[in-house]
Design a protein around this ligand. Structure first.
Ligand code: UN1
Length: 502
């Protein structure tokens, strides 16, 4: 069966109308074979404007539904996702090229956030605050925010939307989603799965969660609309630089999850067997196309000659191939441009004095599919392309002598998403996690940089954009806070001792 037939079979099983992915102008492809999987009709800017207006009306009704009842919708969504897990996971593999366990893992991440959000729907707590005025009470409430615009990337085509949507829905918001042009079929599938939950729920307002298939003009309509209270955008720093000022200009709110150039330090006391496995998954998993992918490694000079040759061997022997037909651990890059970028960075690394092991195209017989041998590059120092995120499986390795220098070098790049240290020395690990340690939003010990659980807040600092999604108190980004002071006395004392007797 061709992948386009396989995708169509899954979409029809999930209840997606064929007209949604045939006869249109947006061609979708599978990176697994390079074959075309769909031709989707695209939303116009006018359609986007209408969608936002409908979402605004939906918000007005939804914000009045008690939060635990809103949680019931997300509970049903989680149930539907459980039922659709195999199909959706396979569609993610077809459309993003993920190996089966990662495709399924992404859907599991969706289920997990639903469970989290259901609990959260009874825990949208505000504070009661001591007031200085007698006969007064002060408190804060968290209220629904408005329409949430979600802009997502191809590499986590379903999970990132679900983090935003599950939280936005329990928080009382409506959602309009602009998925990546490179992964529109999975977006149609998600929409259909959520619609099943909405049908079972019964009385949710029309247009509560919508999808707009289209290009940058549609994304821009969301970004510029004063009716979109929050833009949650995942993608490149370049994209964030376009989105953030436009949203700021209208005093809208942004959650930005942009590039990562995630580093790690391997200390003298590290468990090298564990380090090897953690780095292998972190750097080569998802063919290096996670925002959390391990891209830089600082290895202490006393363990360098032990670890690095083993890593190079792992890079030489890791299986690269069709994730749907073989048990390969590394699937394809998303497209030719991604492969060309990888080659370009490797050439630049060589020019900067790096020794490149691996890289180059792996032939799977599919002319339009781009599989690459993951590359590990020994760099004389941190410079050149090592300073930038290349969305491909390249790991730069540098030898270090002094721990504090290693932390400084680790923090010397523009992005600040994820980081890790491999050590069994308490002082080193605590230093890395301290205020003077890693400057990233995620800092790990003895695990890789990728594969975060949904329970923690997800996001990073500096050019990563500063946003937080998913767990912990990230929900507060999807609500507005009101501080309320109530006078139940018969007096009117003013704060700060001010007198104003008329
Ligand atoms: C992303 O690549 O945009 O931590 C998200 C991870 C995943 C999410 C990655 N849970 O690797």
């Amino acid at each position: 069966m061709t992948l386009s037939n396989a995708a169509a079979e899954i979409l029809s099983k999930l209840g997606v109308d064929q007209a949604a992915y045939t006869g249109g102008t947006l061609a979708s492809f599978s990176p697994v074979t390079g074959e075309q999987t769909g031709a989707l009709p695209e939303a116009t800017v006018e359609a986007a404007t209408t969608a936002i207006a409908t979402a605004k009306q939906a918000f007005k009704a939804w914000r009045m539904v008690p939060a635990p009842r809103r949680g019931e919708l997300v509970r049903l969504f989680g149930e539907e996702l459980r039922a659709a897990k195999d199909d959706l996971g396979r569609l993610v593999s077809i459309e993003a090229g993920k190996i089966p366990s990662e495709g399924l893992g992404e859907v599991q991440e969706m289920i997990d956030i639903c469970d989290f959000a259901v609990g959260l729907s009874r825990q949208l707590y505000g504070l009661t605050i001591a007031t200085e005025r007698p006969g007064h009470r002060m408190m804060e409430q968290w209220h629904p925010l408005g329409v949430v615009g979600v802009i997502s990337a191809f590499n986590f085509p379903v999970a990132v939307w679900s983090w935003n949507t599950a939280l936005a829905l329990v928080c009382g918001n409506s959602v309009v989603w602009k998925p990546s042009e490179k992964s529109p079929l999975t977006a149609l599938a998600c929409d259909a799965i959520l619609k099943r939950a909405l049908a079972r729920f019964g009385d949710a307002p029309e247009g509560l969660a919508q999808v707009l298939i289209g290009g940058a003009d549609v994304g821009n309509a969301l970004v510029e609309s004063p009716d979109v209270a929050l833009i949650s955008a995942t993608g490149s720093t370049r994209m964030g630089r376009i989105v953030a000022p436009k949203v700021a200009a209208r005093f809208g709110r942004c959650i930005l999850e942009l590039g990562g150039n995630n580093g790690g330090i391997v200390c003298p006391s590290a468990d090298l067997d564990m380090t090897l496995r953690a780095v292998a998954f972190g750097a080569m998993g998802t063919a290096g196309q996670r925002c959390t992918t391990q891209r830089r490694l600082f290895v202490h000079e006393t363990v360098y000659d032990d670890l690095v040759p083993r890593l190079i061997k792992a890079y030489e022997s890791v299986s690269v191939g069709n994730p749907l037909e073989t048990s390969a651990l590394v699937g394809p890059l998303i497209d030719k441009a991604a492969f060309d970028n990888m080659e370009k960075s490797l050439a630049e690394a060589k020019a900067a004095g790096g020794t490149v092991h691996g890289g180059g195209r792996v032939d799977t017989g599919a002319e339009n599919a781009y599989y690459a041998r993951p590359a590990i590059v020994e760099m004389p120092s941190q410079c050149g392309p090592m300073m930038e995120e290349t969305f491909a499986p390249i790991l730069y390795v540098v030898k270090y002598t002094d721990f504090e220098d290693a932390i400084e070098a680790h923090n010397a790049v523009a992005a600040g998403l994820s980081s890790t240290i491999f050590t069994t020395d308490l002082r080193e690990s605590e230093m890395f996690l301290s205020a003077a340690g890693s400057d990233c939003g995620i800092a790990n010990v003895n695990i890789g940089t990728s594969g975060a659980e949904i329970g923690g807040a997800f996001g990073g600092e500096k050019e990563t954009g500063g946003g937080r999604e998913s767990g912990s108190d990230a929900w507060k980004g999807y609500m507005r806070r009101a501080t309320n002071t109530i006078n139940y006395s018969r007096e009117l004392p003013l704060a700060q001792g001010v007198k104003f007797d008329i």
